[in-house]
Design a protein around this ligand. Structure first.
Ligand code: PLP
Length: 370
């Protein structure tokens, strides 16, 4: 029998989704974003499934080091860069690209003339106000970095979009224009051209203007929509992850019986209750509302009562023949993770990233799990 809560990973879907990225951005190189353990799917597993991309991006130095130690030879960019000389040493040792976003980093470079060279992505803050240099200071920082012997030339240039998932928000075009206008003022080297990168998944799908030398797809590679109003399926993507468990108890409750912690659910009618072995301890969202759909034997039934650490409860009115051991799907091909995210007032990114250690990850193409 399968373990109580387990996630099946369909890695063929990764290839399909990568093809989708290529069709949206045919002229761009692809930097697959696999931070946060490959959005919860497994860092090395996803790197392996996406071998044919032009590069990878991770958030932290240690994620990049793990990829190199596992033998990944592709370009790897570290999106948060480094905050100290020790991290810079690791980046150079493992030949990881550093995102450069702060004056502190520039000063470290200027003090380290003797080191082996490092490729960088100079980041412009075009309005997100998270990482990056303001447009007004960008050119002077660029000139300083051009004179750092440790910095491999040409310098790559990037920015990040704050609201690309809202197709009606004018912020995105403003950001893109500010980026291009500022880059145009930089004296570009005649021998080389600076390569640029702007688009995340939402930028790739919804904003042609955001396509440039490199695109940085994350969530769409996992088959998930970056937009609140639709699902990956609507966009022709295929989800990699599905989350499953099973019923562990079925019982009859009478009118007035209360279900779960704090007794928030009170039976208004005689109820067939199913108890499913999955909870927030597995990464199922604690704030999933009453009525959140759950598939029992492939049929939708509503969640009732509170989500607890190891269990949820569902109303089996439409499935009175269901019994302990029957299969349950929490999200996957036939129940979009985007829909569950909406029911829990969150975004699907948090659900896949939040799968916990005790959930066994099983590869669909290779049933021997990793
Ligand atoms: C996470 C991230 C991405 C990928 O975003 P998605 O919405 O998952 O496509 C791209 N660029 C940067 C800088 C990021 O932090």
């Amino acid at each position: 029998m399968n373990p109580a809560a387990y996630a099946v990973l369909n890695l063929e879907a990764a290839q399909h989704n990568l093809q989708k990225v290529r069709s949206y951005a045919p002229g761009s190189k692809i930097m697959a974003v696999i931070k946060a353990n490959g959005y919860g799917h497994g860092l090395l597993r996803i790197a392996d499934a996406l071998q044919t991309v032009d590069g990878f991006a991770v958030a932290r130095v240690d994620e990049g080091v793990r990829l190199r130690r596992a033998g990944i030879k592709s370009r790897i960019a570290v999106l948060e860069g480094f905050t100290c000389t020790e991290e810079l040493d690791e980046l150079t040792l493992y030949q990881l690209d550093a995102v450069v976003h702060s004056f502190q980093q520039v000063e470290i470079f200027e003090s380290r003339a003797e080191q082996q060279q490092i490729a960088i992505w100079l980041k412009m803050d075009t309005g997100m106000n998270r990482l990056g240099f303001k447009a007004a200071e960008f050119e002077s920082v660029y000139q300083r970095l051009k004179h750092c012997s440790i910095v491999h030339q040409p310098i790559n240039l990037m920015t990040h979009l704050a609201s690309a998932d809202d197709m009606h928000d004018a912020t995105t075009l403003k950001q893109i224009h500010l980026f291009h206008n500022t880059v145009a003022t930089i004296e570009t080297d005649l021998k080389f051209r600076n390569e640029c990168s702007i688009a995340n998944s939402a930028g790739i799908i919804a904003w042609k203007e955001a396509l440039s030398d490199w695109v940085r797809p994350g969530v769409m590679l996992y088959g998930i929509s970056p937009f609140p109003e639709n699902t990956g399926k609507d966009l022709g993507l295929k989800p990699i992850m599905s989350l499953h468990s099973r019923l562990i108890a079925v019982k009859k409750l009478a009118v007035g019986d209360k279900v779960g912690y704090s007794g928030t659910w009170v039976c208004k009618k005689p109820t067939t209750l199913g108890v499913v072995a999955v909870g927030y301890g597995d990464g199922y969202p604690r704030y999933a509302k009453v009525g959140t759909p759950v598939l029992v034997n492939g049929q939708r039934v509503p969640l009732i009562g509170r989500v607890s650490m190891d269990m949820i409860t569902v109303d089996l009115e439409s499935q009175t023949q269901a019994k302990p051991g029957d299969s349950v799907t929490l999200w996957g091909d036939d129940l979009a993770v985007e829909e569950i995210a909406q029911c829990a007032d969150t975004i699907p990114y948090t659900l896949v990233c939040g799968i916990t250690q005790r959930v066994q990850l099983v590869e669909k193409s290779n049933p021997a799990s990793k």
